[in-house]
Design a binder for this molecule. Sequence first.
Ligand code: DAT
Ligand code: MG
Length: 149
Amino acid sequence: MQRTFVMIKPDGVQRGLIGRILSRLEDRGLKLVAAKLMWVSRELAEAHYAVHKNQPFYPKLIDYITSSPVLAMVWEGPEAVAAVRQTMGATRPREAAPGSIRHDFGLDVGRNLTHASDSAENAEAEIRLWFKPEEILSWDRDLDRWIFE
Ligand code: DAT
Ligand code: MG
């Protein structure tokens, strides 16, 4: 089973889309193992988006992610990194597949609602950056045997 870091960004929280976004991940069978509603400090935002430091959109990205609370989470499932990226859709909402969250709820790349880790290595690093080990739960979901083969 793989874990991935997922965040509902400030626009998703402000627009009241937390429930609908979580439902899509739950409906798919992914399992929530950690969650917290939080303000993102500038320091955390800069660490999280360090790879984009030299991009022209970086200052606006940091302002956006620190502008309002986010819901930070860890989700678990078979190949969860790829599965969640697929459910989120392409970075640019207008290029995301219909049925994906970014397509169905968004239009602009700078308001694309969610973040999800893009590789197993980055998932591990992001989970470590955002959560303390004791904040991540191992729990048995009674439905697991009907979702995970
Ligand atoms: P993703 O969030 O799909 O992993 P990314 O890691 O390439 O995408 O970029 C991180 C975020 O930065 C992305 O969700 C939105 C913003 N971003 C990326 N490319 C952008 C661009 N060309 N203009 C404005 N914002 C951009
Ligand atoms: Mg990314």
